[in-house]
Every structure is written in structure tokens, then in C-alpha cells.
Write a protein that binds this ligand. Structure first.
Ligand SMILES: Nc1ncnc2c1ncn2[C@@H]1O[C@H](COP(=O)(O)OP(=O)(O)OP(=O)(O)O)[C@@H](O)[C@H]1O
Length: 286
């Protein structure tokens, strides 16, 4: 185990921001802390990186791994170019190889805008530079606090591809917080947090299996006959449609085959991370 949090707790006055959170992080894994605004994600992250002291509980690191952190707000200088920013930061570490900035700029696709001032970059370009900055000291664990918030969908995908590539190719351990549920698919380990507590954890597929039923919607000329035929409680019935939450796709196939003649159309949708999140927290992702 590379990193373990035991009963991690943080209170601000009366407010319990993080409540006895247990976490286990394996080397080379990709962990996503998922939760709505105010769930306690950033507070947890800040304790893991040592920026904030837990009120109770502890963070235990195996050996002394090097940490890289991408904060929500950038820590780079707007008035300097990308190259200047990275070189100045590289100079603040000991033992950073002379070609590190060049290597990272190639790896992260920054070469075209190295001479551009940081404040003239697009959101996605900035985020890539922020990630390069966090990788200067060749960290064992990369922490990212909501790295894709505020970016458009294509840029978000590009950032995910990049982070996954770093994880796979360099066996980097990645821990991040996120808001967009569809992106949790990339993680090996999704930890759903709300009100400072871990509500569930597992792979995205496990969470979907456990908390997000598949949805079968059938369009039929005879709703009442179909209701009578099927020995399950529908989740929704209209004049022409009937919908069921089902544990597996096989259940959907059974219903469709047995009622073929009554079906004019159907839609089958596997459970999504949004469904799982809704089931776990009782609220839509904000
Ligand atoms: N320094 C502080 N003083 C008082 N309350 C705080 C402080 N920092 C965080 N909190 C509270 O603790 C709770 C958890 O905040 P935190 O920033 O960890 O949430 P989050 O899950 O990261 O939310 P977001 O997705 O909005 O960033 C919130 O209710 C927040 O208002």
C-alpha cells in the first residue's frame, strides 16, 4: 500500500468537513474522489498532501514518495512565458535533469506555445502546463484537484487521455477529485463522498452494477396487456410506453422475447455513473 488514510477527519468549528474517511491507495492506481460541491473532496486531498492537518485520524505513506500537485487555481505566473514558468519552477527543486522541461513539453504537447505568456493560453493549454509543472520533480503520486472543471468536453477528454497515459506508461499513481461522472470510467477506483463520508467505493463498473440499474423502455400499442404480462413493477407507465429498472440485460431480453408481439419499439440503456450517483447521494450531480 502506497498511501493509507485512517479515519481521516477534519472539522472547521462545528462543521465536520471530512468524517472518518478510510482510503487505501495502491502504487500505479488511478483513484477518483467523486462528490457534489462541499462534499469534502478538496479538504481530504489537502490532508493527503500535508497541506492541512487532520483534526483526527492519520495519513500514512509507505516510505517517502515524491508528490506532485495540480491545484484548482494555477500557481504559475501569468506574465511569464510557459518556458520561463517551468524553468523557474524546475530551478526550485534539487536534482531535476537539465532537459526535464523539454522532455515534459514534448510529452504533454506544449512545444507550440512554450514562448507564449501563460495568461494568453486557452484553458486546456493552461491545464497541461499546470500538469507539466506538477511533474517537474518526477513525482510518485500526482494529485489533481478537479483538473477538468470549466473545460469543454473535447479538452476534458484530452486531459483524461493525458493523465491515463502518464499513469499507464510511467506507472504514476494518480489521485484526483472530479465533478463529471462520465469521466469516472477512467479510474480504477472511484470513491463517492458526500457530507465528508465515503458512501461507496469500487471500479466505475462495480458501482454501476451495484447502484445503477439498467433501464428498459418499451413502446407498445397495448400498455395494459403488457403490464399484465410482466411480473415486475414498472418504474414508469404512460399511454404508449412502459419502463422497467432491471438488474441485468438478460432480464431485458427475457421480457422482450416473451412479449415480442406487443412491442412496437424499445430502448435499453445500461445504468450510468449519474444513476449510481443519484442512488447514492439522493441528488443529481451539481
Ligand atoms: N477553511 C474552512 N473553513 C470553514 N469551512 C470550510 C473550510 N474549508 C472547507 N470548509 C467546508 O467544508 C466542506 C467541504 O469543503 P470542500 O472544499 O472539501 O468540498 P469539495 O467536495 O471539495 O467541494 P467543491 O467540489 O465545491 O470544491 C464545505 O462545507 C466547506 O464549506
Amino acid at each position: 500500500m502506497l498511501l493509507e488514510a485512517k479515519h481521516l477527519t477534519k472539522t472547521f468549528g462545528e462543521k465536520v468537513a471530512v468524517n472518518a474517511v478510510d482510503l487505501q491507495i495502491e502504487k500505479g492506481s488511478f483513484t477518483a474522489l467523486l462528490g457534489p460541491n462541499g462534499a469534502g473532496k478538496s479538504t481530504t486531498l489537502n490532508m493527503l498532501i500535508g497541506l492541512s492537518q487532520p483534526t483526527a485520524g492519520q495519513v500514512v505513506y509507505d516510505q517517502q514518495p515524491k508528490l506532485g500537485v495540480v491545484f484548482q487555481g494555477s500557481v504559475l505566473d501569468n506574465m511569464l512565458t510557459v518556458r520561463e514558468n517551468l524553468q523557474i519552477r524546475a530551478g526550485q527543486y534539487r536534482h531535476v535533469p537539465a532537459d526535464r522541461v523539454t522532455v515534459l513539453s514534448q510529452q504533454l504537447g506544449l512545444t507550440n506555445f512554450m514562448s507564449q505568456r501563460y495568461d494568453t493560453l486557452s484553458g486546456g493549454q493552461r491545464r497541461r502546463v499546470d500538469i507539466a509543472r506538477a511533474l517537474l520533480n518526477n513525482p510518485d503520486i500526482l494529485f489533481l484537484d478537479e483538473p477538468t472543471t470549466g473545460l469543454d468536453i473535447q479538452t476534458r477528454r484530452a486531459i483524461w487521455t493525458l493523465v491515463q497515459k502518464l499513469q499507464r506508461e510511467q506507472n504514476l499513481t494518480v489521485i484526483l477529485t472530479m465533478h463529471y461522472l462520465d469521466e469516472a470510467d477512467a479510474a480504477d477506483n472511484v470513491i463517492v463522498i458526500d457530507h465528508g463520508k465515503v458512501l461507496a467505493h469500487g471500479t466505475a463498473a462495480e458501482l454501476k452494477d451495484r447502484y445503477a440499474a439498467d433501464l428498459l423502455t418499451i413502446t407498445t400499442p397495448d400498455v395494459s396487456q403488457l403490464v399484465a404480462n410482466i411480473d415486475r413493477k414498472p418504474t414508469r407507465v404512460t399511454a404508449t410506453q412502459i419502463a422497467f429498472n432491471l438488474p441485468t440485460m438478460q432480464d431485458a431480453l427475457d421480457i422482450l422475447t416473451a412479449n415480442r408481439t406487443l412491442i412496437s419499439n424499445f430502448e435499453f440503456r445500461p445504468g450510468t455513473m449519474d444513476d449510481a450517483f443519484l442512488a447514492l447521494t439522493g441528488k443529481e450531480m451539481r
